[in-house]
Each structure stands twice: as structure tokens, then as C-alpha cells.
Ligand binder design. Structure first.
Ligand SMILES: C[S@@+](CC[C@H](N)C(=O)[O-])C[C@H]1O[C@@H](n2cnc3c(N)ncnc32)[C@H](O)[C@@H]1O
Length: 273
């Protein structure tokens, strides 16, 4: 269980969420690698992994940066950080240093990092603009902030539907809102970056279509297994809504013509002026 001072984000930090994050990383890891390449991250760099979770991206970054590099992995969850600390360091990789911090109040030396990466974190923070300002301060001149985050959760859809997708969206968005999560954070990030002294070099859409049998189909399936019971426990979804959504999702999995659209995300690359 998380400790009393281990503030949890809305999806939790238990083993099931850890497993979901691992699957999610396996599915989207290729996008991260190419994002880092375009951001210019490479051997010898010091890169901050903002909201690193159990370190799935941090480990890949450590491989990319090599022994002369450094990964600074920051999260509010001690449980996730403990997992990173207990993992065996791979030879030839950058060391991963963990820090328990609220990313909205980053405590890092100014002008010290070559880059920072934040994936699926800013939409969970009530004050994402503070995160952007903190990262901008920690970057060296010419340092790069690469972000992957949601543009519009409302645009998640699947077809065909008898209304299950509308129920799902309503419940998720209500729960996120109660946690002050901003599921459309991507819409404002480029402006906030510019205001924080970062020049936005690239804004790219990232969206995929999943069909039954695709590995991507497992992404919502694992999200539902971990999050829907939580929505019911916390009163954001009734048992009837839970059964409606899951039944519709299971039936879709049997329909060769079914598909779902991932909620659109943005990949952004910005450079400190
Ligand atoms: C969806 S997970 C993403 C983890 C990781 N970035 C990845 O791509 O696998 C979101 C992470 O953000 C962390 N988080 C959310 N709000 C935070 C905050 N205010 N300060 C620090 N970490 C935070 C959570 O603890 C969780 O580990």
C-alpha cells in the first residue's frame, strides 16, 4: 500500500497500475524513442524524467544516454521511485537518480539539464504551467523539453456503440475533474512554453486506431481493469454503468469491423532560449 505521505495520482500506484504502465510503455515506446531522437537527446546528456512513474521511460533514456549521461527521475510516488532504486542497473547505461518531488514545485539547480521529458504527467497536475516554468528554469540555454500529453480526452471514441463510450467519457472526465486533472492540457502547453522562455520547435499529433486483436486493443483493456473498479469505488461510475461499458467493450472485441480511436495526444519539442 502507498504510505500516508505518498500522495497518489488518480490512477493509483498499485501493482495493477504498474503493470498497465508497463504495457502502455511497450505499446507507445517506439513513439518515445523517435521523439527523443527528434529532440536531440543523446549520449552524455543529463535528462530529467518528469513524473517518471516506475521508470519505464527512464530506463530506455538511460540506455540512450550511456555511461557518461545522467537520468534525473522525479515522481511524487515513493513506491514507484523505490521500484527504480531496487532495479539492477544495466551495464553501459546512464545512472538513474531518483527524487521524490511534486513536479509543480521542482527543486533542481537552475540551468543544469540538457533536456527534460514528460509523458502522460502534465494532464494529471492541477498547475501544469508551474511544471513548465520549473523545467524551463532547470534547463541550460539550448536545453530541450519534450512532452507527450493529451490534447482532447473527449475525442476518445469507439464504434459501433450503443452509448457505452459516452458513459465512459462522462465518468472518466468527472473523476479527472474532481482531481483537478486537465485532460486537454496539450491545447495550452505550447503557449505556456513560449511564455516560460521556451521556443516551440515542433507540435505533432499522435493518434492511433486499434482493432480487435491488435496489441493496441490491450491498452484500453488494461486501463479498464485498473481504473473502472476505482471509478465505481469513488462514486464516479455506477455498477450498472460499469457493466454496460465492459459488456460493450467485450462485445466489440468479437466484431471484426470494430475499432477505437485513442484520445488525441501531442508531441511537443521546445528549446530554452
Ligand atoms: C500515467 S503515469 C506516467 C508515468 C511515466 N511518465 C510513463 O510515461 O510511464 C503519471 C505519473 O505522474 C506522477 N505524478 C502525477 N502528478 C504528479 C506530481 N504533481 N508530482 C510528481 N509526480 C506526479 C504519478 O505518480 C505517475 O507516476
Amino acid at each position: 500500500m502507498p504510505t500516508a505521505n505518498d500522495r497518489e495520482y488518480v490512477l493509483g500506484t498499485d501493482e495493477q497500475e504498474h503493470a498497465r504502465l508497463s504495457l502502455q510503455h511497450a505499446i507507445w515506446g517506439d513513439a518515445a524513442s523517435s521523439h527523443w531522437t527528434r529532440a536531440g537527446f543523446g549520449p552524455g546528456d543529463t535528462i530529467i524524467d518528469i513524473g517518471c512513474g516506475p521508470g519505464l521511460g527512464s530506463r530506455d533514456l538511460a540506455r540512450l544516454l550511456g555511461p557518461a549521461g545522467r537520468v534525473i527521475a522525479i515522481d511524487e510516488s515513493q513506491r514507484f521511485l523505490d521500484h527504480i532504486d531496487k532495479s539492477t542497473a544495466e551495464p553501459g547505461c546512464a545512472p538513474i537518480e531518483t527524487f521524490k518531488q511534486d513536479v509543480q514545485q521542482l527543486d533542481l539547480p537552475a540551468d543544469s539539464a540538457d533536456g527534460a521529458y514528460a509523458r502522460w504527467v502534465l494532464h494529471f497536475t492541477p498547475d501544469p504551467q508551474a511544471v513548465v516554468r520549473g523545467v524551463a528554469s532547470a534547463l541550460k540555454e539550448g536545453g530541450v523539453f519534450a512532452v507527450q500529453d493529451y490534447l482532447s480526452w473527449r475525442n476518445l471514441l469507439w464504434a459501433p456503440t450503443n452509448g457505452g463510450i459516452d458513459v465512459l467519457r462522462k465518468c472518466i472526465l468527472a473523476s479527472y475533474k474532481s482531481h483537478n486533472a486537465n485532460s486537454d492540457v496539450g491545447q495550452m502547453l505550447p503557449t505556456w512554453m513560449d511564455e516560460a522562455g521556451l521556443e516551440v520547435m515542433e507540435i505533432r499529433p499522435l493518434q492511433r486506431v486499434g482493432r480487435p486483436g491488435d496489441p493496441l486493443w490491450q491498452w484500453p483493456t488494461s486501463y479498464f481493469a485498473s481504473f473502472l473498479p476505482r471509478l465505481v469505488e469513488t462514486g464516479f461510475m455506477t455498477n450498472a454503468e460499469h457493466d454496460l461499458v465492459l459488456t460493450e467493450w467485450r462485445e466489440l472485441g468479437e466484431k471484426p469491423g470494430a475499432f477505437f480511436f485513442t484520445p488525441p495526444q501531442l508531441e511537443i519539442i521546445a528549446v530554452k532560449r
